[in-house]
Design a protein around this ligand. Sequence first.
Ligand code: ADP
Ligand code: 3PG
Ligand code: MG
Length: 374
Amino acid sequence: MKLRTIVAAPILKGTHVLIRIDSDVDVTAGKIVGESAYRLDSALPTLKFLLGKKAVVTLMGHRGRPAGNVDKKLSLAPVQKYLENKLKTKLNFLPNVRFDSREEKNDSSFARELAQGQEIFINESFATAHRKHASTHAITKILPSFAGLQFEKEVHELSCVRDAAEAPISLIIGGAKIETKVPVISKFLKQAEHIFIVGAAANAFLVAAGYDVGGSYVDAVSVRAARKLIKHDTVFLPVDMVIGTITGAKKFRTIAVADNKKLCGANEANFDMGPATLIMISEMLASSKTILWNGPAGKFEQQPFHLGTERIARMLARAGRGGACVVAGGGETVTSILHNKMSRGFTHISTGGGAMLAFLGGAKLWAVDVLEQK
Ligand code: ADP
Ligand code: 3PG
Ligand code: MG
């Protein structure tokens, strides 16, 4: 898949360039929260490229889901401040595009307003590439449009994994939003050697396998999906787990997922994968040439349930340094990799969550489609 990219765009000194960035980041007390700056940092090479050409740059983006209402808490001011500090220059910013209800309707009158006075559009927002919105789709019908450097890298790296991954392939799928992960699991069911299901996602599979997971996070839709997927011999579930009491007490214990079908009581939940699962995954992964990871292995925000996720991050960084192609993505997954300072070794860390999963699952991404050289 070849995109029209910024490198080929007719950008000269003084050209008015409108750029859509990934600005959906966490903010606390007006500051970008730690790892969530990754999305902003990823846009810096493109912004430097434009500023280097002395283009007149205007940035636009969104934060959160304000549903067409102006919500000061979701303003782009902290994003502007962060990027101005990094680039050591003042920047022009449009307000959060989702403050206007026409954005999510892909409204062409809104796209025309955004394009006012602009000559070129650059899309540097891969994380919204699965959305058909005015600032990512309708705008491309108005201005000559090109992909930013990170956007192109995302499409290139993820295409390699989706279409030309070197076997043996392994997937580690965890986290909570299992419905968004089913297309990726389905796409790789036959092609992959191993698909390890961890995190809260494993609960649905364990229920589908007849286990009682007590008070663990699980939903009926995911269990239905898991029932179909679990039949495949490439799908592997945790062999042990760390369970704790739901009420917040700091008691926890490691149990084996064995013949006893009752894993935990109603006031207990599975909060992390156990050490035997880590050993199983690391032994089976050893020969993998391509590894894809999405979704933490446990409730990593709460110690000691961070251990499974931290160890996966470390194991995959090592596999990448050993020569495997290791790709990871998803908001919380990326947070855990960066928090543990494990990014060195990963071949690609995606800025996309839903967009990456949709792309790898084989869906057409609206904003990619309109930038493709046909
Ligand atoms: P990502 O953003 O990386 O795609 P998800 O959004 O699917 O991942 O899920 C991340 C969330 O899943 C984290 O907030 C984490 O606390 C939660 N999680 C993972 N495993 C468990 C578990 N066993 N029990 C409860 N929450 C879990
Ligand atoms: C993301 O955080 O994945 C993107 O910003 C897309 O957000 P959305 O799911 O609200 O469209
Ligand atoms: Mg998430």
